[in-house]
Design a binder for this molecule. Structure first.
Ligand SMILES: Cc1ncc(COP(=O)(O)O)c(C=O)c1O
Length: 395
């Protein structure tokens, strides 16, 4: 029997959105320019510079900063997307890991004085899962040291921090538009920056990226149409065996250094118009689950920093007992709700940079105990209630 399934991440991409992508074929960069203009308006930032992925956007920032300073180290949390290490190396720089807080699941800003050295070029302030990290404390720790702050908002487009959009507070911020993100155009990324000098350096670096060829663009349109169909609960259930292999957690070895495309930008413009509505739904769904799950001893919910409004990409929950985590994961699946273990390893367990296994205990613990729950705009209220019922019942 055909079973409906709620995907772990999703966004409503309509046939109209796909059609606007189709019409943007060969638009000569016009839709990209329009998208960047809308993005600056939405974020309240001076410049937006698009790229083919979040990693490519991060790489462009790093290459540009490396022109302004000869320092070589980039500090990043030990629990985050492993592909970031590739971008740092591609830019000719050295990754340096820092542990996370067990309460916020984000970079432990209090450890920065131990990690920042005279050779630190930048600190990457990642807002994991859409939860804001302590960006003000990070900025304070780097102040007057010639260390730049880059915000990684790959999972946090729409998150607000003291009334400002995430990504607009540090020296530069970047976003990802890959298929699991808050504005999915299958792939893509964008940089937010206020400094004229940095924006010019970034634009010059972007000139060196490859332009996706006509076949790649056609493929992207096809994949975008596939993603929009897969958001449908019935189709997701039907096509899950086909989709599953693309969801593997295997570690990336390289990434494409591409520009964004007009096709994706056209879809992005349409999604951007509805961003505040989607962000409000992400926040409301996340808070609904947190309220329903609070007070359960065997799990840890993330701490939301005061004066922040997370546009949750997913809701991360730590299960103290990993067998319980598996039981919940399986029972949710039986009820047609997908949950995910997310990144199963801390970064020093993936890349051998000379660290010891127990150097980042909080990152290792999170990687081994996390389960992420769906809170995107397409999760109906009764499924959120079901999640609360299952977790409360088993824990
Ligand atoms: C926190 C974080 N940073 C960076 C990235 C990289 O983005 P992209 O996949 O668009 O290169 C991701 C993507 O999964 C991410 O989750």
């Amino acid at each position: 029997m055909l079973k409906s399934r709620i995907p772990i991440v999703a966004m409503p991409i309509s046939p109209g959105d796909i059609f606007s992508g189709l019409r943007a074929f060969n638009a000569g960069g016009k839709r990209i320019q329009e998208f960047e203009d809308s993005f600056t308006g939405t974020l309240g930032v001076k410049y937006a510079v698009s790229a083919g992925s979040g990693k490519a956007a991060f790489y462009l920032i790093l290459k540009s900063l490396a022109k302004l300073s000869d320092k070589k180290e980039v500090v990043l949390p030990a629990y985050t997307d492993a592909g970031l290490v590739l971008a740092i190396r591609q830019a000719g720089l050295k990754p340096v890991f820092c542990d996370i807080y067990p309460e916020t699941f984000n970079l432990a800003a209090s450890l920065l004085p131990e990690v920042i050295s005279g050779n630190t070029l930048a600190v990457l302030a990642v807002h994991m899962f859409g939860l804001a990290c302590e960006i003000d404390i990070i900025a304070q720790a780097t102040k007057n040291k010639g260390v730049f702050v880059i915000e990684d908002c790959a999972q946090a487009l729409g998150t607000r921090i003291n009334g400002r959009m995430s990504g607009t507070i540090g020296d530069a911020g970047f976003y990802s538009f890959n298929r699991g993100k808050n504005l999915p155009t299958y792939s893509g990324g964008c940089i937010a920056v206020n400094s004229d000098e940095l924006q010019q350096a970034i634009i010059a670096e972007r000139e060196l990226l490859d332009e996706p060829g006509i076949f790649l663009q056609a493929g992207l349109l096809f994949k975008l149409a596939g993603v929009s169909l897969a958001m449908n609960r019935l189709l997701y259930g039907l096509f899950y065996p086909v989709i599953a292999p693309f969801k593997s957690n295997s570690m990336p070895r390289s990434f494409a250094m591409l520009e964004y495309t007009d096709i994706q930008a056209a879809v992005g413009i349409s999604l951007l118009r509805r961003l505040s509505e989607f962000s409000a739904a992400r926040l409301a769904n996340g808070l609904f689950l947190m309220e329903g799950l609070k007070g359960i001893d065997s799990i840890v919910l993330p701490k939301i920093l005061p004066d922040t409004a997370p546009a949750f990409n997913r809701l991360p929950v730590v299960f103290k007992d990993t067998r319980l985590r598996e039981k919940v994961h399986l029972q949710l699946w039986d009820e047609g709700i997908e949950s995910s273990y997310m990144y199963p390893y801390a970064l020093h367990q993936v890349y051998d940079l000379g660290y010891k296994e127990n150097d980042f205990p909080n990152a290792v613990y999170l990687a081994g105990h996390i389960l992420t729950l769906p809170v995107h705009p397409l999760v109906p209220r009764q499924n959120l209630e079901k999640i609360v019922e299952i977790v409360s019942g088993l824990c």
